[in-house]
Every structure is written in C-alpha cells, then in structure tokens.
Design a protein around this ligand. Structure first.
Ligand SMILES: Nc1nc2c(ncn2[C@@H]2O[C@H](COP(=O)(O)OP(=O)(O)O)[C@@H](O)[C@H]2O)c(=O)[nH]1
Ligand SMILES: [Mg+2]
Length: 183
C-alpha cells in the first residue's frame, strides 16, 4: 500500500471543510465550525491509501497550513466561484504554495456553483488554463464525490501507467516531477 497525501487549501470560507465533510457522508451545514489546525480522513483505493487533509485558510493559522502542506503529494486549491475576489484568492494561494512546497501537482476546485453561474471571467480563465479544474457544490455531495473519484483515478492511472499522466504539474516548464509530467 502506498500512502498519498492530498491537502485541501485555499481562502477561508471557500468551502474546504464542507467538501471534506460531505465526502464523509455528513450532512451539509451552513454553520460548520471554522477549521483550527488540520483535520483529515483516509480512503483506500486499489494500491493506495489516500489521506485527505483539511487546512485552515485563516491568516492566524497560515503558517501551520504552510508547514503542513510541505508533506503533500497533491494540493487541491479550493476557491469560492461566487466570490468577487476569487481571482485574487487563487493567485494568493498559488503564490503561497509555490513558495512553500517543492514542485507539486495542483488541482483547482471552484466550489459553491449552486450560488452562481461559473464565472468565465477572463482573468480566471488565464490563470487556470494550466491546471485541472473541477466545479463542486457542497450542497451536492455527488459533485464532491465525483471530483475525488476523478482525482483518485488519475493518480492510480499515473501510477499504473507512467505514460498516462493526467494531472498536470504546477508549472509546465518544471519537469522534474516525472510522475505527473504532462509531456
Ligand atoms: N452555498 C454554498 N455554501 C457553501 C458551500 N460550501 C460551503 N458553504 C458554506 O460556506 C461557509 C464556509 O464553509 P467552510 O466549509 O467552513 O469553508 P472553509 O473555511 O474553506 O473550510 C459555510 O457557511 C458553509 O456552509 C457550497 O458549495 N455552497
Ligand atoms: Mg475549514
């Protein structure tokens, strides 16, 4: 069994904890508690144990989030698609990730699609084109489960067949992470 660590990071309030919660079949809750430190759950799929960690996006816990995500094998960067600041939040967290981790695959998740139509904002489009992007709503557990099923399957496929690498690296010009290389 290989263990594979996935970290959910992003701005506070974007829905990271809700996503992890509905993945665990807990009911959606508008009054979900703010995350302090790091929570996690585990899933077994084929040769992998996937450990999914939920982090805090609050400024006062940013350092602990940064420290903990150094252990990640993949980062899910969650943003609130209905927020006017979505672009700034993605940019901010991409910077934090780039500064604090080695080259690592990143998957973007635009959450809260129930609240707004997907913002096909040019700025966001430009920023996200190098990344795999999923849309979710924590009110729709299927959208969350489908996203994780997809990500798990991509990782399993990449492991079983090195040529079939579906998750793009953080930067297309950084090729050292051959596991996920998109070339
Ligand atoms: N409408 C809607 N609200 C959501 C969604 N996901 C989370 N929320 C709400 O957004 C708030 C912040 O969610 P939370 O999971 O704590 O965000 P986190 O700080 O990123 O962990 C809570 O009131 C949630 O109920 C979603 O997909 N749609
Ligand atoms: Mg949280």
């Amino acid at each position: 069994m290989k263990s594979f660590k996935i970290y959910l990071v992003g701005e506070s309030d974007s829905g990271k904890s809700s996503i992890l919660s509905v993945l665990q079949n807990k009911p959606f809750n508008y009054n979900i508690a703010q995350t302090i430190g790091v929570d996690y759950c585990r899933y077994k799929r084929k040769q992998f144990i996937f450990e999914i960690y939920d982090t805090s996006g609050l400024a006062q816990f940013q350092q602990s989030t940064v420290n903990s995500m150094k252990n990640a094998n993949l980062i899910i960067l969650c943003f609130d698609i209905s927020s006017k600041e979505a672009f700034q939040h993605i940019e901010k967290w991409l910077n934090i990730i780039q500064k604090s981790t080695k080259v690592i695959p990143i998957v973007l998740v635009g959450n809260k699609i129930d609240k707004s139509l997907q913002k096909k904002n040019e700025q966001i489009k430009g920023l996200i084109q190098n990344y795999i992007l999923h849309y979710t709503s924590a009110l729709n557990p299927k959208s969350v489960k489908d996203m994780f099923t997809n990500i798990f399957q991509d990782i399993i496929n990449s492991d079983e067949n090195l040529n079939k690498t579906l998750i793009r690296p953080q930067k297309q010009d950084q090729k050292e992470n051959k596991w996920f290389c998109f070339c």
